[in-house]
Design a protein around this ligand. Structure first.
Ligand SMILES: Cc1cc2nc3c(=O)[nH]c(=O)nc-3n(C[C@H](O)[C@H](O)[C@H](O)COP(=O)(O)O)c2cc1C
Ligand SMILES: CCCCCCC(=O)C(=O)O
Length: 392
């Protein structure tokens, strides 16, 4: 049983978030927090969990509850890992190094962003070796107009021992982040995009460049001028997965899948895994929340590859609900950044502990003793149906 923490410390993710809000400089807070347009999706990603109710079962001998899971044959002490997020040193402390060490210390894993403020090699070298039953870190890739630059990152990640390559598909251009346009993210002098030989940038090219384009024509001109350093907008299923395969032996996952159509295309292209994600509501406002998208993708995939899931997870019960709908592993983005701001590596560990404990407690209180027992029969809809809640 994971021990409860000291109650003088924050005891929920919401409390850690409140501390981060007070500590982070406003433009960093806005950058981390921001969604796009009306931020409908940031809100919906979180709110949607409340639409699903748990159907607890009792007297099932819950003395030994095992929260662990296996993905790509590797062991996770609980099914929560850390999503890729850019520029983690903006939260202070040691950024990516603290997040990676926390994930390893808790028996889980992380995915490093292409746009990290600590390089691929420095992040890997900061980690102690651990039992080979546990995974190595994953690396998230933005494929740039300059494919040679991307090929170089892939080669470096593989050489540094990363286990999987996660292609982010959902942001060929930056979403319309209104807060960021008002509070431009400016990288302090001591930080840079460490994987790109010290390039300074907020949102890729000169920070505000794309965000500040006044017209579509201006945006096109900027893309044309800076395309080697921006995500490659010409990427297509037919070529990009085969190209990645030709570059690496690492597992290849695609991140940002929201429909069964794209899940089928991803499977046909031969990916090793799918990440259901809407980029934390930072790409296209008004699109579907990830929990709503999950069942159709799980049904399309039919267990052929792992389905990884992120978006709006703030409670261990949220993780439980995503697993019940068929996710194999959940990722958290912002909560890790809040933990980092709260107390560096220890703060990220604290966040993971909270989620692990809540997840374990939800398993125990619903009468399941391992993650395989968490399935759709454990959920109901928030709608009165006869005398009970409607089953899914
Ligand atoms: C500040 C920030 C930066 C992010 N940077 C990246 C990135 O570099 N690459 C990527 O694929 N996703 C990025 N994401 C999206 C996350 O990987 C993840 O999909 C999202 O944060 C999950 O939602 P959550 O924050 O509600 O947990 C970023 C998210 C945030 C909040
Ligand atoms: C157009 C790609 C910019 C990526 C910036 C990092 C990121 O993913 C984010 O959400 O912010």
């Amino acid at each position: 049983m994971p021990a409860d923490g000291d109650d003088a410390s924050p005891i929920t993710i919401a409390e850690v978030k409140d501390i981060a809000r007070k500590r982070l400089p406003n433009n960093v807070w806005q950058y981390y927090e921001t969604g796009t347009d009306d931020e409908f999706l940031v809100e919906r990603n979180e709110a949607i969990y409340k639409e699903l109710l748990l159907r607890p079962k009792f007297l099932r001998n819950v003395r030994d509850v095992d929260t662990s899971t296996t993905v790509f044959g590797k062991h996770y002490d609980f099914p929560i890992a850390i999503a890729p997020s850019a520029y983690q040193r903006l939260a202070g402390h040691q950024g990516e190094v603290d997040i990676a060490r926390a994930a390893f210390a808790l028996g889980t894993n992380l995915c490093l962003s292409s746009n990290a403020t600590t390089s691929i090699e420095d992040t890997a070298n900061a980690l102690d070796s651990r039992d080979s039953k546990y995974p190595n870190p994953w690396f998230q890739l933005y494929v740039l107009g300059n494919r040679n630059a991307s090929a170089d990152l892939i080669r470096r990640a593989e050489a540094a021992g990363y286990e999987a390559l996660v292609l982010t598909a959902d942001m060929p251009v930056l979403g319309n982040r209104l807060h960021e346009r008002k509070h431009a993210l400016v990288m302090p002098d001591h930080l840079s995009m460490a994987n790109y030989a010290g390039r300074k940038a907020g949102a890729v090219s000169k920070g505000r460049l794309l965000l500040n384009a006044a017209t579509a024509k201006e945006a096109q001109d900027i893309i044309a001028e800076h395309s080697p350093a921006l995500p490659d907008t010409s990427m297509h299923w037919d070529e990009v997965i085969p190209w990645l395969r030709s570059q690496t032996k690492m597992k290849v996952l695609v991140k940002g899948i929201l429909t069964s159509e794209d899940a089928h295309l991803a499977l046909n292209a031969g990916v090793d895994g799918i990440v259901v994600s809407n980029h934390g509501g930072r790409a296209l406002d008004g699109s579907v929340s990830t929990l709503e998208a999950l069942p159709e993708i799980v049904d399309a995939v039919r267990g052929r590859v792992p389905v990884i899931f992120d978006g709006g997870i703030r409670r261990g019960s949220d993780v439980y609900k995503a697993l019940a709908l068929g996710a194999d592993l959940c990722l958290v983005g912002r909560p890790a950044l809040w933990g980092l701001s709260y107390n560096g590596q220890k703060g990220v560990e604290h966040v993971l502990h909270i989620l692990e404990r809540e997840f374990w407690r939800t398993m125990t209180l619903t009468g399941v003793v391992n993650v395989k027992q968490i399935n759709r029969t454990m959920l109901g809809k928030a709608k009165i149906h006869g005398f009970g809640i409607a089953k899914l």
